[in-house]
Design a protein around this ligand. Structure first.
Ligand SMILES: C[S@@+](CC[C@H](N)C(=O)[O-])C[C@H]1O[C@@H](n2cnc3c(N)ncnc32)[C@H](O)[C@@H]1O
Length: 277
């Protein structure tokens, strides 16, 4: 199935993350299995290796660790709320639903028309999965959320591409609209955004889009100021990787010179709890 002409810019970043997830999932010592993603790329007529390269090992691992953090956050949520709703903003071709499905979770994907169209064509959609075609920033998706059960919103690899004022407006709107809910997002540290920009200026081939919203780990707690309902902010600590990344990711918060300048995955809890009927 030919897809090359349909994607560019930010939607293409969803193919880049898919490519790295598949590289990781195919390893005998990979951090997760993802047969749905492996099958998906074999059905797509897209020059993944030509466009994105074979990935240098650290990059693939770092992305895999981010995936694991999001899977851990969703799985922990489902332990407490087995029939909860997950809203995946900017989900692209993520196959997380199949990695964490407990048979009860309900799922809402929110993405722009080009990525949503691709997802619609390439991935099956069961009774518990719905798709909202539109921007996460227009907030219309909020009316589609079934909030009769607990809610967890994910924004994986998304918010860094938005303007800071748009990120703040979106987070504040989520806190207002979903008291008792949880939102999991990843942040990119300033130095890392600069490094990616420098590397992509030199690189031939694929260039990731510009990142506009950066936040160092030292400033994570500043997100509490966005809305009175942002009650708690905690890090989703990385599991161990392999080789040189076996020790560092789970322990990096202990290293004085680095701990405030990290990228990472954080969980925002919104209060007050919804009042029981
Ligand atoms: C880097 S990809 C990440 C995809 C997926 N979350 C993952 O980790 O593989 C960014 C995704 O965000 C989507 N996106 C970009 N801007 C968006 C917006 N304003 N609203 C919703 N989705 C958006 C893109 O279409 C793309 O699917």
């Amino acid at each position: 199935m030919a897809v090359a002409s349909e994607v560019d810019g930010v939607p293409e970043t969803a193919l880049w993350t898919l490519h790295h997830r598949v590289l990781e999932a195919k390893r005998p010592d990979g951090m997760f299995a993802d047969p749905r993603a492996v099958d998906l790329v074999t059905r797509m007529d897209f020059p993944f290796a030509e466009r994105f390269g074979e990935g240098f090992r650290t990059q693939t691992q770092l992305l895999a660790l981010r995936v694991r953090c999001f899977d851990i956050a969703v799985s922990e949520f489902l332990v407490d709320h087995p029939a909860g709703t997950v809203v995946a903003l900017g989900e692209g071709l993520e196959t997380q639903f199949w990695r964490v499905d407990n048979g009860l979770v309900r799922w809402l994907t929110v993405d722009l028309p080009p990525s949503a169209r691709l997802r619609e064509r390439l991935l099956p959609r069961g009774d518990r999965q719905r798709l909202y075609v539109g921007s996460a920033l227009d907030l219309g998706w909020m009316d589609e959320v079934d909030d009769s059960e607990a809610i967890l919103i994910t924004a994986q690899g998304l918010l860094m591409y938005f303007r800071p004022e748009d990120v703040h407006r979106l987070l504040s709107a989520c806190a207002e609209r979903f008291p008792g809910g949880v939102l999991v997002l990843d942040t990119v540290a300033h130095w890392m955004a600069r490094a990616v920009r420098r590397a992509s200026t030199r690189a031939a081939g694929y260039r990731p889009p510009e990142m506009h919203w950066c936040l160092d780990s030292a400033d994570w707690q500043s997100l509490r100021q966005l809305h009175p309902n942002v009650a708690e902010i905690t890090e989703v600590r990385s599991p161990a990787g392999r080789g040189p990344l076996a020790w560092l990711p789970p322990n990096v918060h202990r290293i004085p010179l680095i701990r405030g300048r990290r990228s990472g995955v954080v969980r925002l809890r919104f209060g007050p709890e919804p009042v029981a009927p």
